[in-house]
Design a protein around this ligand. Structure first.
Ligand code: PMP
Length: 368
């Protein structure tokens, strides 16, 4: 007898990709370029490492279940009051809480495709119906398609901006149009995991200011996994419309969801903004260089506002990804219909990027 909930049984397992250790063990390559998970090539700030070392002696003690020090630091950083801030074991934990707190079987969720898998998987876990809105032929947000999709009732709207894996950015006007089009009684979830890479671009919407005028519940998600370089510690946060929304998420989350190292590290990371600026400067310079090289090789590269590039590699990307592994290069092939030839590659440091480009060229030469 299958005792599982049908909605759980029907789920796919999220493809979290391979670790550097796993690839090293299997292929015996000397150097691994892990460019599959949009991590920070500079790693964590030295201030974070010092704080973690100092905190290690308290490992026997449970962390603060309310992440109070961290939420106060985030309040200072964002200008949002601490009672409107929720912390998560990665921002994916907050996506999970939102699904648990809001979604009933049959509720309609509108999200983007191609997109971060969990925007679709967690709603489906609850038995929700998911409407997927595609991107335009130019790999941009298709505002008209969004307006169309939002013209019928929906319980939740989720998208990332800039969007993973495409890298496209929804500008001010498009953001306002999508928010206006969303049904009045729905929850707006704006996933800004890659916020730091484009917050200074003139057309990047000030989502907090726009959303502050909304009467519906909303939440903006951000993370320490990308520009702050703390992916291994698992810490993200949400800036919410109301303290009641944070309180609701507090009811469904696991009590000690943020371990003490993660809390300590995140507070220290907020004190080293220079490290974040250095990371962004490195990545955006390397991204433009890599995009130009891929374009020169004849590939179609989607314009990116984040720390990765999405491009059409002209052949089944799963096979190319497999061959790149033999060179120690880990990237993420896309599988969805229409994107079977697309690859997402994170922008790493110069050495990683060179290893990726050279391996790609070797493979293309072998094929020629
Ligand atoms: N949202 C988006 C759009 C992402 O790309 C990612 C990471 N791939 C996440 C959320 C989750 O990040 P984390 O759980 O590490 O904060």
């Amino acid at each position: 007898k299958n005792l599982a909930r049908p909605a759980s049984r029907a789920l796919g397992v999220y493809n979290a990709g391979l670790s550097a250790d796993a690839v090293q063990q299997k292929y015996g390559v000397a150097r691994i370029a892990k460019l599959a998970s949009n991590e920070n090539p500079l790693g964590a700030s030295p201030k974070v490492i010092a704080a973690l070392e100092a905190d290690a002696r308290f490992s026997a003690i449970y962390p603060d279940a309310s992440s109070a020090v961290l939420r106060a630091a985030l309040a200072e950083e964002t200008g949002v009051s601490a009672e409107n801030i929720v912390a998560g074991n990665g921002s994916e934990d907050i996506l999970h809480m939102l699904a648990l707190a809001f979604l009933n079987p049959g509720d309609r969720v509108v999200t983007l495709i191609p997109s971060f898998g969990l925007h679709e998987i967690f709603p489906r876990m609850m038995g929700a119906d998911v409407t997927l809105v595609g991107v335009s032929a130019q790999q941009q947000f298709d505002i008209e398609a969004w307006e169309q999709a939002l013209s019928t009732p929906a319980k939740m709207v989720i998208f990332s901006n800039p969007s993973n894996p495409v890298g496209c950015m929804l500008g001010r006007e498009g953001f306002a149009r999508i928010i206006d089009a969303a049904p009045q009684d729905c929850v707006l979830v704006i996933d800004e995991a890659y916020f730091e890479y484009c917050e200074n671009e003139p057309d990047y919407p000030d989502s907090l200011r726009v959303l502050a005028e909304q009467s519906r519940p909303w939440i903006v998600l951000r993370t320490f996994s990308k520009a702050y370089g703390l992916a291994g510690l698992r810490i993200g946060y949400g800036l919410a419309s109301h303290p009641e929304l944070v309180n609701l998420l507090d009811r469904v989350r696991t009590p000690f969801n943020i371990n003490r190292s993660a809390q300590t590290a995140a507070v220290a990371a907020l004190q080293d903004k220079q490290h974040v600026r250095d990371s962004i400067a490195l990545v955006t310079a390397q991204r433009e260089k890599m995009a130009a090289e891929l374009t020169d090789l004849g590939f179609t590269v989607a314009p990116s506002h984040a720390n990765f590039l999405f491009f059409d590699c002209g052949q089944p990307s799963a096979e190319l990804a497999q061959r790149l592994l033999t060179y120690g290069v880990i990237i993420k092939p896309w599988r969805e219909t229409g994107y079977e030839n697309w690859i997402r590659v994170s922008v790493g440091n110069e050495q990683d990027n060179r290893q990726f480009m050279q391996s790609l060229k070797y493979i293309l030469a072998e094929e020629a």
